[in-house]
Ligand binder design. Structure first.
Ligand code: PEP
Ligand code: MG
Length: 321
């Protein structure tokens, strides 16, 4: 019941064998920070900054963005906030945006759009960097696929830092930079991305869409949108292992992280940092508190190798009981 759940807010987040698990929250606007605190989250693992750009006809200026990011950083009282750079396009079209292509999910979206619009990207990067002295700010890049994109992104960030130095404006010189793993090509290249970046975050909403070729917004194929498809689980595990090998933290910030029925499976695949909508956090924590990691690992492997659709529910049940 809800009272029992609420009491979990302040309890330590770790498995029965004492492994600490980090529980972060996803937010879209400053107003969501209250819910983050109410859930006792360790910080914000995904701030979807594009919501500042939606439902308006003009672009937010650098100062307006700076004020918004600063307000979130300050409201979190020193807890980390991971600001994702603009993820516009596809399912999040801005009214002033580009012509919608026939295949928007495969088109100019997220980091592709930002690299094609240097002014737009510089404005946001400067705003995030300026806000970084007001809290523990991290930058997260959506939809990375190619190595050239990563190189260009790093260059743009260096340029933004240089321009701030020239203007005599302060920022956190050591601001951590992470990349989202949302496309199979990125997951299979996770070792490279992990070496180049400070952290990774798996966006399972898009990773499922691109792995299974299922439009995440198309109801006619929603029955095929399957987080338990072994190909999806393999890509998640592969990414987690690549991060561990490079010594870089990897989180999951897609909807899978907030589904308490999948908590144990993700723990078994090696996940130690979850980021989800604040409303799911205590339920996920409840699962973690009664989980034995050692038992979960072999059971997760069984699900990952399962090709019998009749057995999936049974294997998941066993994992959760
Ligand atoms: C994801 O793709 O899983 C994700 C977290 O990003 P969004 O849902 O905003 O595309
Ligand atoms: Mg995404």
């Amino acid at each position: 019941d809800t009272d029992k759940l609420k009491r979990l807010k302040t309890s330590k987040s770790s498995t029965l064998d004492g492994t600490p698990i980090e529980l972060m929250a996803n937010i879209e606007l400053l107003g969501d920070v209250d819910a983050v605190k109410a859930a006792g989250a360790h910080g914000v693992g995904l701030f979807r900054s594009e919501f500042l750009f939606l439902n308006r006809s003009d672009l937010p200026s650098e100062d307006e963005q700076y004020e918004s990011y600063k307000a979130v950083a300050e409201a979190l009282d020193g807890k980390p906030v991971t600001i994702r750079t603009l993820d516009l396009g596809a399912d999040k079209q801005a009214p002033w945006g580009h012509n919608v292509a026939d295949n928007p999910a495969l088109g100019l979206r997220a980091i592709r759009l930002c690299l094609a619009e240097p002014g737009l990207f510089q404005t946001q990067l400067r705003a995030i960097l300026r806000a970084s002295i007001h809290g523990q700010v991290r930058i997260l890049i959506p939809m990375l696929v190619s190595f050239m994109e990563l190189r260009q992104t790093l260059q743009r960030i260096d340029e933004a830092k240089d321009s701030l130095r020239r203007d005599g404006l302060k920022f956190d010189e050591g601001i951590p930079l992470g990349g989202m793993i949302e496309v199979p090509a990125a997951a299979l290249s996770a070792g490279f991305f992990a070496e180049q970046l400070d952290f990774l975050s798996i966006g399972t909403n898009d990773l499922i869409q691109y792995t299974l070729a299922i439009d995440r917004a198309d109801d006619s194929v929603s029955h095929l949108y399957d987080p338990l498809h072994p190909a999806v689980l393999n890509l998640i595990q592969y990414t987690l292992r690549a991060g561990a090998k490079a010594g870089k933290p990897v989180s999951v910030c897609g909807e899978m992280a907030g589904d308490p029925l999948l908590t144990r499976l993700l723990l078994g695949l090696g996940l130690r940092t979850f980021s989800m909508q604040p409303a799911s956090l205590l339920q996920v924590k409840q699962q973690i508190l009664k989980s034995h990691l050692e038992a979960l690992t072999p059971m997760a492997q069984r699900l990952l190798k399962n090709t019998d659709p009749d057995k999936t529910a049974l294997l998941l049940n066993r994992l959760n009981s």
